[in-house]
Design a protein around this ligand. Sequence first.
Ligand code: UT7
Length: 333
Amino acid sequence: MQSNKINAAITAVGMYVPEKVLDNHYFEKIVETNDEWIKARTGIKERRIIENGATSDLAFRAAEDLFKTTTVKPEEIDLIIVATVTPDMFFPSTACLVQSKIGADKAWGFDISAACSGFLFGLDAAARFVESGVYKKVLLIGADKMSAITDYTDRNTCILFGDGASAVLIEPADDKTTGYIDSILRIDGSGKDALNMKAGGSLNPATYETIDKKWHYIYQDGKAVFKVAVKGMADVSVEIMEKNNLKSEEIAYLVPHQANLRIIDATAERMGISKDKVMINIDRYGNTTAATIPLCLTEYYRAGKIKKGDKLILAAFGAGYTWGASYLIWSID
Ligand code: UT7
């Protein structure tokens, strides 16, 4: 008997990264660091920085790029989800700002604050909305202007982050053998002290003091986050393989969040996946938070490296803590 279950699938992709490049040598001039340390400890060679504009502009450009590749028009979008920790402002949501920029006249929408896991959480939400049958076209965008919250005098964090955005369209899959299959998603608020931006919210509204203390910038205890990220990302990635009876040789690609090449390598090793089957863009873009995973998907798809039917595991770890892994079968020819 044919199942009536709707399978949600990514049916189009788009991306935007700003033109301005900051390479590692730039940081040698502003903080005590060097190219060798940054490459060896993180895998980053350069990152992009937006000179004029906010997160909604990055997101808009990624959406604009997506709409060039599909017959779907902005006015047909039912729902817009923007994953970001750098919204243009507290409210309105970045989804609202994107809605008016693209002219999605019939859409509703909201933002997801899940830091580096934002795209995975957004993908799960988008897929479940589509699977419900209530919504047919969901635009999901991972976008972050990390340069807006980066302290360029702090060598521990300033070398890590970049700006970028990437958009995916989620629709019912034509072919029920492809699409979004499964996810394991987690949060743990005890991670709040290790990675955060302390001020600007209701706990510490902006004052001269919060500015003096640099509380409007990213704070990270890198070593502490590194340890939990390695374990968290690898654990859920292995768990989702076991849950779906997936052998490592069946997986076309691991698509990991790009925070540190050493975390990515450790995850791939635990999964038994070789390095040539791991998507990487950290060398060129650094950590673009909610954008890293969809940027990987867009670039690898456009380079002809992913084909319809390929089994992908997406995995992330970020502030919160938030983390998770998703399993999908690629749907675009
Ligand atoms: O995306 C959200 C989740 N975030 C993550 O997953 C990030 C997790 N953490 C990391 O990726 C790493 O911890 C970092 C890349 C942030 C740092 O690497 P590390 O190997 O953990 O370095 P560390 O913090 O243990 O620092 C080692 C040394 C320290 O010097 P001492 O104390 O040993 O003398 C640091 O002061 O390296 C020093 N250091 C630097 N040296 C040159 C820290 N930053 C720099 C720098 N250049 N930029």
